[in-house]
Ligand binder design. Structure first.
Ligand code: NI
Length: 227
């Protein structure tokens, strides 16, 4: 399941966050890579303990905690503290699969990476290249979303960031452990929830069938969730 979520941050919020982050000191992106991906990766990253990182994490985590589409699609158990990277001209991240387990050294939190997310923070008009390309069962697809929008995709997929050929791409990225470990179950629950919300809007939340389907949704969560 791969979902683009609009307006996780408003355009103004995305711009303000980007400017704050650009003013900080950046390091080589391979500081957080496994040995395998270090070869394929050329970018820069904000240190995990930089004040700008902590500020940015608060802004992104607050936005995620109230975003209905994200909560419905990810059914998050733990959101790994968001990080920030930037790709200038000729920088890229070659094809790779994300590590299955991530450890946050600061907190000791360890998660299974079910989903990966990229929250775009640069106006697409300001750079060329830099698309996020994700391989799926039906071929590969490239994404370059407006600033403030986010792509949620399987961390298990082969994916890459295309070389930037003009300007610079600055983004936020993180992983999510879902309460629903199975991607197939998560995808069905998401479809069910989307339909319930559409039906609820059309018929009202107190409609008998809406109530019954809402019950089915929660009972399926009870059956599948690991909390
Ligand atoms: Ni990755």
């Amino acid at each position: 399941m791969l979902i683009a979520i609009a307006d996780v941050l408003s355009t103004g919020e995305a711009q303000a966050l980007r400017e704050r982050l650009l003013a900080a000191d950046w390091i080589d992106g391979n500081a957080t890579s496994g040995a395998g991906s270090a070869l394929a990766k050329r970018n820069r990253q904000l240190p995990v303990d930089a004040p700008a990182t902590i500020e940015g994490q608060r802004i992104v985590q607050r936005a995620l905690s109230t975003n209905g589409s994200f909560l419905s699609a990810a059914v998050p158990h733990t959101v790994f503290p968001p990080l920030f990277n930037r790709y200038g001209v000729e920088e890229r991240f070659g094809a790779h699969v994300d590590n299955a387990i991530r450890i946050d050294r600061a907190s000791g939190v360890r998660i299974r990476t079910d989903l990966a997310a990229t929250l775009f923070l640069t106006d697409p008009a300001d750079y060329d290249g830099g698309e996020l390309t994700v391989e799926g069962a039906f071929g590969s697809q490239s994404y370059k979303l407006p600033h403030g929008h986010m792509l949620l995709y399987p961390a298990s997929s082969l994916h890459r960031v295309e070389p930037v050929t003009r300007g610079e791409r600055l983004s936020c990225f993180f992983w999510v452990q879902s309460m629903i470990a199975s991607a197939e179950e998560r995808s069905m629950l998401y479809d069910l929830d989307q339909s319930i919300q559409a039906l609820s809007a059309a018929r009202g939340g107190d409609d008998d069938e809406v109530l019954r389907l809402t019950g089915v949704y929660h009972n399926l969560i009870r059956r599948f969730a690991i909390v």
